[in-house]
Ligand binder design. Structure first.
Ligand code: SAM
Length: 431
């Protein structure tokens, strides 16, 4: 009869409320197969999300769908989220359910006897005293419009209330426990009949007035009441956890440091080739080379500057004060010394200013240094101002090959070498 399906409209009503009101602690009473919880977990303003149902088997069937997925681990959020699922009855108190911002009870109360509805009122409004409560239940006035329905909508329903009956219960709750209520619903009646019949599912949105009323008969011995059984709990990875923050930060730093090192090596190689071609003497070749040089210069980092330019800016400044440290610079002799050490250094200041994620994760340059110092995967320079990046074997081989090649060309050996190379190729083809 309804599009979207009525249960979806009920869940969407809760989600819209959560989006508007941003509660941090939410409990869904009678959570069944956790379908509402599975939608709510994406609302990361929620820090504690709890489900309670008397039917533990039903909860267990679907509870693993609430576990974090791989992206939650790969790209952890800043927000914290803990999910807990309990087997328990809404007619019983449990101290772990106090102090919530929002309690939802979607199509639950009609499964209780009227005596249990009274206990439900006391437990939820008198003992748990949440800031807001959303209660949905069938509107019996709508039943004549439901094709083929005789009796209640479900065999387990103990009652189905008219709007007046729901209102009478809700207003008594407000009076007894210090709440106010607004009535609404989902599943509209056909045009022209809405006012006479009302919504298919009627909803009461309760808000607590002022501070806790404290009028519960449970209050005196509330501290040690644990009547629910915990079935499942999980903490979502969060950047507020220092270990997770460090793991993500280190991955990011290692990635960018290596990227910058490669960028710088490429630029340096390109410049060296240009210089070589220029000394070899102009013509078309040198025009091609200078074009290539311009292209390399235009290679931009995340902060919009050429890699080597940035490195030089920061590297020189720092290396002047730091004898014996290796930093990025374009000086030939220093390059030789780096290769000897088989590593190059990327100043933290460059990483900090060029990689917004690194800046956002660490908060400050000194914090970045502290977090990296605590992690064995990152090698820092002696004064802790730069990350040392090892040359990959492959890079060293490439650099050596290139140097050999240049040496051969310099010594006039190039032509001979090319000849012998083609001979080798010819031999390979024969095989
Ligand atoms: N709220 C869910 C939804 O909207 O999809 C499920 C609603 S289902 C119609 C009613 C749920 O209430 C069932 O999962 C049932 O096990 C649960 N329930 C019934 N009596 C309960 C009680 N006394 N305490 C807790 N849960 C109860």
């Amino acid at each position: 009869m309804f599009s979207p399906a009525l249960y979806r409209q009920r869940h969407q009503f809760v989600i819209d409320f959560v989006t508007r009101n941003k509660p941090q602690k939410v409990v869904d009473l009678g959570c069944g197969e956790c379908s509402l919880l599975k939608k709510l977990k994406f609302h990361r303003e929620i820090e504690l999300l709890v489900g309670v149902d008397i039917n533990g088997a039903k909860v267990k069937k679907q509870m693993h769908g609430l576990a974090p997925i791989s992206t939650d681990y790969l790209q952890p959020s800043y927000d914290q989220l803990r999910i807990e699922l309990y087997r328990g009855s809404v007619t019983q108190k449990d101290v772990r359910l106090r102090g919530f911002d929002l309690v939802t009870s979607i199509e639950l109360i009609e499964h209780l006897t009227l005596a249990d509805v009274e206990l439900f009122s006391e437990v939820v409004f008198g003992f748990m005293t949440p800031v807001a409560v959303i209660v949905s239940t069938p509107n019996s006035e709508f039943n004549p419009l439901l094709p083929g329905l005789t009796g209640f909508r479900h065999t387990d329903h103990k009652f189905e209330w008219s709007r007046a009956e729901f209102k009478s219960w809700a207003l008594k709750v407000c009076l007894d426990y210090g709440y106010e209520v607004e009535f609404t619903g989902v599943g509209e009646a056909p045009p022209g009949q809405q006012e006479r019949i009302g919504f298919c599912s009627q909803i009461g949105v309760f808000r607590r007035l002022g501070v806790r009323s404290g009028c519960s008969m449970f209050d005196d011995d509330a501290e040690d009441v644990f009547s629910y059984t915990l079935l499942y709990s999980v903490n979502y990875p969060s950047l507020q956890d220092n270990n997770i923050l460090r793991r993500v930060l280190v991955s990011e730093v290692l990635y960018w440091a290596e990227k910058m090192r490669r960028g710088c090596t490429e630029e340096r190689t390109s410049k060296r080739n240009d210089a070589y071609r220029e000394t070899e003497g102009g013509g078309e070749e040198s025009i091609g080379a200078s074009q290539q040089h311009v292209e390399m210069e235009e290679k931009q980092t995340a902060c919009g500057d050429s890699t080597s330019h940035l490195m030089e800016q920061h590297g020189r400044g720092v290396s002047e004060d730091q004898e014996g440290e290796e930093y990025w610079t374009s000086s030939q002799s220093q390059q030789e010394s780096y290769k000897l050490h088989r590593c190059e250094s990327v100043p933290l200041a460059v990483l900090w200013s060029c990689c917004p994620k690194i800046g956002a994760l660490s908060g400050s340059l000194s914090n970045l240094r502290h977090l990296l110092m605590e992690d064995g995967r990152v090698k820092l320079s002696q004064d802790g101002s730069a990350v040392l990046v090892n040359y990959q074997e492959q890079d060293l081989e490439e650099a050596d090959e290139e140097e050999d090649h240049n040496d051969m060309e310099d010594s006039g050996y190039a032509e001979a070498s090319q000849c012998s190379h083609s001979a080798e190729q010819g031999e390979e083809w024969l095989i």
